[in-house]
Design a binder for this molecule. Structure first.
Ligand code: NI
Length: 261
């Protein structure tokens, strides 16, 4: 059985403080061969870098989440720029727009979103996009900043099938996780039916968004097999074929060699 690559996790989160080491050490022997831990705040980026140093199968993404973009200033940005160049940093993210929480102001979120897109261009790494209730502005900014030249993933994809077309045309991958197993996820299921399997990668966004039957509990990469099953059902394929496809896609997204362990 092909292993799983968790393309988006937050193991720096305090929800893992009690058992982080034991959990992370158990991943490879449970079929989770690689993980990208994604930075969201300056503190989370620091912790992400420490995790990538400790575990060879953990890679990092460095970036500031829109809801945390209020903590950025020129000095912090210089630091971020330096960290993005570290060897195990495979992407700039998560960056984007969040109009659900709508704080800091949209103007501040957009400013730092653009700045971090430019940073990705400078360090030549793909981007991880967080976009919540901000589909149009996200697509507009990505177009204006020529994000199709950067490559990357729309993490925790939550928009319509029509919107998926826009991001597909820009060459983006789609991060799909626990929500796919929820009974009420009709819109997402339709989008996933439409998106070609070659553009789908698996993610947990843990500790959040645990799939059924563990919905509501703390999530971890160990739950991704439930997402594989849901994806295989929607695509009408067997699970092993889905595992092989998403394994390949994840390495292409982050420009890693599938053979390298
Ligand atoms: Ni996330």
């Amino acid at each position: 059985m092909t292993d799983i690559f968790d393309t988006h996790a937050h193991y720096d989160d305090e929800a893992f403080d009690e058992d982080r080491e034991a959990l992370l050490e158990a991943l490879p022997k449970n079929g989770i061969a690689k993980v990208v831990n994604v930075g969201s705040s300056l503190e989370a980026c620091r912790k992400t870098l420490a995790l990538t140093e400790k575990y060879d199968y953990i890679y990092g993404a460095i970036g500031i989440h829109p809801s945390d973009s209020g903590e950025l200033d020129e000095e912090a940005f210089v630091w971020l720029e330096q960290q993005c160049q570290s060897e195990k940093c495979v992407a700039v993210g998560e960056i984007g727009l969040d109009y659900y929480w709508d704080e800091p102001s949209r103007e501040v979120q957009q400013k730092w979103f653009r700045r971090q897109l430019n940073l990705a261009r400078e360090v030549k790494k793909p981007v991880i996009i967080h976009s919540r209730e901000a589909a149009k502005d996200t697509a507009d900014i990505l177009k204006e900043e020529r994000a199709e030249e950067l490559g990357g993933v729309i993490h925790c994809y939550s928009y319509t099938k029509e919107m998926a077309k826009t991001f597909l045309n820009m060459g983006f991958y789609f991060g799909i996780g626990g929500v796919l197993t929820f009974k009420n996820a009709k819109k997402l299921k339709e989008a996933v039916e439409y998106i070609p399997l070659e553009r789908i990668v698996l993610e947990t966004d843990c500790p959040y968004l645990a799939p059924a039957p563990n919905r509501g509990k703390r999530n971890s990469s160990l739950n991704l097999s439930f997402v594989v099953s849901a994806l295989a059902e929607i695509k009408g394929m067997d699970e092993e074929a889905v595992r092989q496809a998403v394994w390949k896609n994840s390495h292409e997204l982050y420009r890693l060699k599938p053979t390298e362990e």
